[in-house]
Design a protein around this ligand. Structure first.
Ligand code: LER
Ligand code: MN
Length: 285
């Protein structure tokens, strides 16, 4: 078994920090190829940001896949929320996410739903907000199914949103959506804040896990913080995870060094998986 690794970037410049080569997809593709990544993940506000055919030829030339398309900037930069209590606003958010689904579908890339679910309902009614989010996700899941695509819902820590902070809450919401093409995304940075035990949360998510953000406690590349990745890797192996390890990391000390560190760590994880059923990751990378 081995996991494919990718770098998370952004189609345009963004205030959202943990992106490498944000606004410079061409450069991200070149570096990803040089370092041996298998793909890239792109954060996209709107399909207008990057011509699909241009991306197709960039990826083909770089022998890379589009691992996923992230939608958080739809909320962060355009204020569109899938849990909006205003029906018009909610419909606009669904429509925009559907545009991203259409963009990603020919690449086989799922759309990540993180902050596109919104942050805090102004009326404080969290249950109502989650119900509206679930309804929106059903609409997006239907749209995605029609084009052979899928979505992943990310558990995000409490300081960024009041909705779906833990893996268990996210699994419950995805089960309420009840669509075969909607899975869960776990991000180690958020799990380090929210979960009692990261490995247990991964195991409890099990087959629902569809995408994974491999990042450390300080949002730097894995190995640069204090997360015990042995338990993360052992849990991913236990559940038979076969998705991406995506480096959604801060460009620290700079884009290139962060990408190199992410690559080294992903390689080390895969080597330890090959040589041992019990994951032992070198601490010296
Ligand atoms: C996105 O993947 C993420 O991790 C969040 O912090 C913001 O959307
Ligand atoms: Mn993330």
């Amino acid at each position: 078994m081995s996991w494919k690794a990718c770098v998370a970037t952004s189609a345009g410049p963004t205030g959202f920090g943990p992106m490498l080569y944000a606004g410079h997809v061409r450069e991200c593709v070149a570096v990803s190829r040089e370092l041996g990544f298998e793909g890239i993940e792109i954060s996209m506000r709107s399909p207008d940001e990057l011509d699909r055919r241009e991306l197709e030829s960039l990826l083909r030339a770089g022998c890379l896949e589009l691992a996923a398309l992230a939608s958080g900037r739809v909320f962060l930069e355009d204020g569109l929320s899938l849990s909006d209590s205003d029906e018009g606003g909610r419909a606009r958010a669904v429509a925009r996410v559907n545009e991203l689904i259409d963009y990603g579908a020919p690449f086989g890339a799922p759309v990540i739903v993180g902050l596109a679910r919104g942050t805090r309902p102004p009326d404080g009614d969290l249950d109502g907000a989650v119900a509206r989010f679930v309804a929106s996700m059903r609409e997006c899941a239907d749209h995605a199914a029609a084009v052979g695509a899928g979505l992943v819902v990310e558990a995000i820590n409490r300081y960024e949103t009041a909705l779906l902070n833990t893996a268990a809450q996210t699994v419950a919401a995805v089960e309420r959506v009840g669509a075969a093409n909607v899975a869960v995304l776990l991000d180690v940075f958020h799990m380090n804040i929210e979960e009692v035990a990261i490995g247990d949360a991964i195991r409890a998510t099990g087959a629902r896990l569809g995408h994974f953000h491999l990042v450390d406690s300080n949002r730097r590349a894995a190995g640069m913080g204090h997360v015990d990745f042995d338990q993360v890797v052992a849990a991913l192996a236990d559940i038979g995870y076969d998705g991406w390890l995506s480096a959604e990391v801060l460009p620290l000390p700079d884009d290139r060094a962060a990408a190199e560190q992410a690559r080294r760590y992903a390689t080390s994880i895969n080597q330890s998986l090959k040589t041992s059923s019990q994951s032992v990751i070198s601490r010296h990378i």
